[in-house]
Ligand binder design. Sequence first.
Ligand code: SF4
Length: 195
Amino acid sequence: MAETRKIRLPNDPKPKQWLAKDRSHQYIASYKPFNMVDGEGVRCSLYVSGCLFNCPGCYNKVAQNFHYGHPYTKELENQIIKDMSESYVQGLTLLGGEPFLNTQVCIKLAKRIRAEFGHTKDIWSWTGYKWDELMKESDDKLELLSYLDILVDGRFLLAKKDLTLQFRGSSNQRIIDVPKSLAEKKVMIWEKLVK
Ligand code: SF4
């Protein structure tokens, strides 16, 4: 009889089970300025360290470790602001790792970007949390969400992997217009979505 292999699924946290204050060491896995793959236009991307979803097939497994990389510093923040001031840079992208388990860093940077550039630059973030899960989450996660323009939500699911999708790896993930979704109290998909 053929053996059926059980495919492991990502972890599913209960609301507020994972908190940045208990988990984050405010470490950065990588900073990639002037890239064109992490969202629309030319972007500066900050990869934070630490994620607990443990999705099989994770694109950045080393960054699941909260100690991976190096500490976030004021010097790095100043460099990001300098890079973002270039007129051809459309915005900042937060990814990882899990930005919502590193809210100390991500909120600080997002606030500075709004203070320096207002809404002339946009902020995108990826997360393993689903939108509905975030709605039941801790205040710091909701605060970070309030600074975002676009959220790509949900775990990476190998069974739904599709490399032809815009800006996401599996078809369960969504590109969400955050201000519209918060205003409408339901998920509103990015209006420029092609696939
Ligand atoms: S949520 Fe993203 S970073 Fe975290 S394990 Fe899944 S694919 Fe990797």
